[in-house]
Design a binder for this molecule. Structure first.
Ligand code: PEP
Ligand code: MG
Length: 540
């Protein structure tokens, strides 16, 4: 048995024969040409044909796989209009008097290498996209049609790398899994594997080679491991793991694509809570209607110094783009209390949960807050971003936030940096004070999201970190339920929507009660979305 390790992209176990997919290596030959103008025209016409083909692919993918997946083709169409790309090809044709095919292939190589050399894994993932669009143009220049891999039996597809269009065009019913030598976990192929629910292990490296074509294998997408010629013991344990996963998935698959609607017709939104960019895949996989809470702290926790505006912009933009137009609520920095970060140099406190945390840090260190707001307003151009502020206790705080936002917008305008002018703004209701004055707060913002984890802690005066107090930490306490009811009523009186993003949102004993109170949205961990949908559909 041979064991190979790679990156896990999508869980699940694939067992079957390997088919090693070799691209029909179109070796592009360099030719000398006389008429550069005519060659540039050939390039432009191939580019137009490639764009038309991408339009058709978009329509096909939209029907088969939904908007999130189809967007890849739209993105590719836009990439083909990139002026740097076009100018690079045309300059090569003009200055070196070379054929269009060779100029496209060289440009593709240069651009892909440039992306691969970048530090950011998201940008590295774009190398595959450049190669994909270039190959499409070269196909048209050569008069070759689209290359589609025909599968006669179910197989595990192995490849050096797969372009997004190759992935989408595979016959899904015959693909047991994907295993690739290259690929980043944020490449579109990886995103597609996740949304197509196909086990995938990528970035396996040189260990995966053509010599395994036709060999029997197990790809464990959850662990990111491939076993070639598995021994009996491995096979038995993998089969067991697979049947458990299948059972669980089948139950939930039934609820994918279904509405979150009660028996009596009340519809609500079920969104996902995420704490990291890589969780977006989980949200999509579990059919989240949006992201209800993106805990942006991770960007700060992972760094040894303040994350830059650019770093933050890329992260927010990526989440927004991956969610393809669905709502993404990003919560601003909620640091302090249990979440300590060395470089913030926060003083030791007697009562950190009641201390210098979240919005209190942002309002007293506006330079940190402004960097995050700039990144958020810029990223909002790339999707449906809303911004939410944690630990609010007063109207004054909200007005201060809005003042700082205006300053940020003025700066961006003066610097000529594009940003979205109007972004939905909400606050977390996680202190008793906020719930009690929710009538006033509702006039100031677009929505509320109730953070029941902190609201329980502050209402009952029970430290949520102290496990010795578990018996006293009761999120079903009537005082808490009364605060939630009040908050919902006050939000609705002002025509604003109200959600819950604390753990109580996933507590199915409470679903019926929360729906009765008029809660419009529940944001829960991705794995809870489908079980909760099932529950909502059973509610009266
Ligand atoms: C909450 O307090 O309920 C909440 C969602 O925020 P966090 O758990 O991140 O404090
Ligand atoms: Mg909280």
């Amino acid at each position: 048995m041979i064991t190979l390790n790679g990156k896990s992209v999508y869980g699940g176990i694939a067992i079957g024969k390997i088919l090693f997919y070799k691209k029909k290596g179109k070796s592009v030959k360099r030719r000398h040409i006389e008429n550069a103008e005519a060659e540039k025209k050939r390039f432009q016409s191939a580019r137009t044909d490639a764009k038309e083909e991408l339009k058709q692919l978009y329509i096909r993918a939209l029907e088969d796989m939904g908007e999130a997946n189809a967007m890849i083709f739209e993105t590719h169409e836009i990439m083909l209009d990139d002026m740097d790309y076009i100018e690079s090809v045309e300059n090569m044709i003009e200055t070196q008097k070379i054929n269009a095919e060779y100029a496209v292939a060289s440009t593709s190589d240069n651009f892909a290498k440039m992306f691969e050399a970048m530090d950011d894994p998201y940008m590295q993932g774009r190398a595959a996209d450049v190669r994909d669009i270039s190959e499409r143009v070269i196909n048209h220049l050569c008069g070759a049609g689209e290359h589609r891999l025909k599968l006669s039996e179910p197989v595990i597809i192995a490849a050096e790398d797969l372009t997004p269009s190759e992935t989408v065009q595979l016959d899904k019913d015959k693909v047991l899994g994907f295993i690739t030598m290259l690929g980043s976990s944020t490449s579109h192929t990886a995103i597609l594997a996740r949304t197509m629910n196909i086990p995938a292990v990528i970035g396996v490296g040189e260990g995966l080679s053509e010599k395994y074509d036709g060999r029997y294998a197990v790809a464990d997408g959850t662990a990111g491991v491939i076993y070639i010629d598995p021994d009996e013991k491995t096979m038995a344990s993998m089969q067991k793991k697979r049947s458990e996963e299948i059972q669980e998935r089948q139950l939930l698959e039934e609820f994918k694509g279904k509405e979150n609607v009660t028996r009596t017709g009340k519809k609500i939104n079920i969104f996902a809570n995420i704490g990291n960019i890589s969780d977006v895949g989980l949200a999509v996989k579990n059919d989240a209607g949006g992201i209800g809470l993106f805990r942006s702290e991770f960007l700060y926790l992972e760094n040894d110094t303040y994350p830059t505006e650019e770093q933050q912009f890329r992260a927010y933009r990526q989440v927004a783009e991956n969610m393809a137009g669905k709502k993404v609520i990003i919560r601003t920095l909620d640091i302090g209390a249990d979440k300590k970060i060395g470089y913030f140099n926060l003083a030791k406190e007697e009562n950190p949960a009641l201390g210098y945390r979240a919005i209190r840090i942002c309002l007293t260190r506006p330079e940190i807050f402004k960097t995050q707001l700039r990144a958020l307003y810029r990223a909002a151009l790339f999707g449906n971003i809303s911004i939410m502020f944690p630990m609010i206790t007063s109207v004054w705080e909200v007005r201060q936030i809005k003042k700082i936002i205006e300053e940020v917008k003025t700066d961006l305008k003066q610097q000529g940096i594009p940003f979205k002018e109007v972004v939905e703004l909400g606050i977390m209701i996680e202190t008793p004070a906020a719930a009690i004055i929710s009538r006033e707060l509702a006039k100031e913002v677009d929505f509320f999201s109730i953070g029941t984890n902190d609201l329980t802690q502050y209402t009952l005066a029970v430290d949520r970190q102290n496990t010795a107090l578990d018996a006293f930490y009761d999120p079903h306490h009537p005082a808490l339920l009364e605060l939630i009811r009040m908050t919902a009523e006050n939000a609705h009186a002002q025509g604003k929507w109200v959600g819950i993003c604390g753990e109580l949102g996933a507590d199915m004993e409470m679903t019926e009660t929360l729906l009765d109170m008029g809660i419009d949205e529940l944001s829960v961990s991705p794995a809870m979305i489908l079980p909760l949908r099932k529950k909502v559909r059973e509610c009266e």
